[in-house]
Design a protein around this ligand. Structure first.
Ligand code: HEC
Ligand code: HEC
Length: 204
């Protein structure tokens, strides 16, 4: 309903909390994310691992992204993974157009909706090499299936691999000691999914 949408946008503008606009799934997703790390604040290095587009959308109220996510080092299950800079994420849409994004100092990458409005489903591959010399880029990983409509890599790639998630996007052959790995401290603590030990809402 029109009025509801407008009230909702006003509330968003007035409030720091980005939730509460009538879609219980998205509201709960946003509410359950950890708070902003004050040492970094909102910006391109914030909230690594989180589902960027939940907030970076007309619904969430932050500047709109077509896609957004974070790249991680491949680590043991009990190690907090470092974030990887300098990889190229190449996204192909279903009409033959493609765009590159490069992971930043905290592994984050995004493509603004103003720059590209891709036709879903999407295919995605990851390449290594000097982003300034694209002819030297080499593929290091790719997603076999297509992304039907979710713009956040972190909407599916959550925490460790499990029956319900392929796990964070980790680059094979890397570690926290890789040259372009940034550990927690130089970057915010990454979101690795809901705390597996937290009580389940509604459970007996
Ligand atoms: C819980 C909501 C939320 C999540 C999740 C989130 N952001 Fe943000 N982001 C914000 C808000 C709010 C701002 C501040 C917007 C403003 O200043 O207008 C912001 C600002 C930014 C900015 C600077 C604004 C701009 O247009 O340049 C960038 C870049 C950014 N976020 C990237 C990301 C990336 C990448 C992710 C995922 C890894 C992410 N954000 C996840 C809410 C979020
Ligand atoms: C709709 C859920 C979904 C979304 C959104 C999604 N993925 Fe995936 N991804 C998967 C699943 C499931 C697999 C494992 C099976 C496969 O390869 O298709 C996977 C596998 C991958 C792989 C290969 C294996 C691995 O885990 O490293 C890469 C790389 C990857 N995805 C990158 C991305 C990136 C980058 C984004 C965001 C632009 C993204 N994915 C968004 C579901 C998703």
């Amino acid at each position: 309903m029109r009025t509801t949408t407008r009230t909702c946008l006003l509330l968003l503008a007035a409030s720091a909390a980005l939730a509460g606009c009538g879609d219980p799934y998205r509201d709960r997703l946003i509410e359950n994310l950890p708070a902003e790390d004050p040492a970094f604040g909102p910006g391109e290095l914030h909230r690594p691992g989180q589902p960027c587009v939940a907030c970076h959308s007309s619904y969430g109220g932050a500047p709109e992204f077509a896609i957004g996510g974070t790249l991680f080092a491949a680590t043991k299950v009990d190690e907090v993974p470092a974030m990887l800079s300098g990889y190229t994420i190449r996204v192909h849409d279903s009409e033959g157009s493609a765009r590159d994004a490069v992971s930043n100092a905290c592994g984050n990458f995004f493509i603004r909706s103003d720059d590209w409005n891709p036709a879903f489903p999407l295919l995605v591959e990851i390449l290594a090499g000097d982003p300034a010399g694209p002819s030297a880029l080499v593929p290091v990983s790719s997603m076999g299936s297509r992304i039907a409509r979710e713009g956040s890599c972190g909407g599916c790639h959550v925490g460790r691999p499990s029956p319900i998630s392929p796990g964070i996007v980790a680059i094979p052959g890397t570690s926290n000691a890789s040259p372009n790995a940034s550990v927690v401290g130089t970057c915010p603590t990454p979101w690795l999914g809901p705390d597996p030990h937290a009580p389940v809402q509604g459970a007996k």
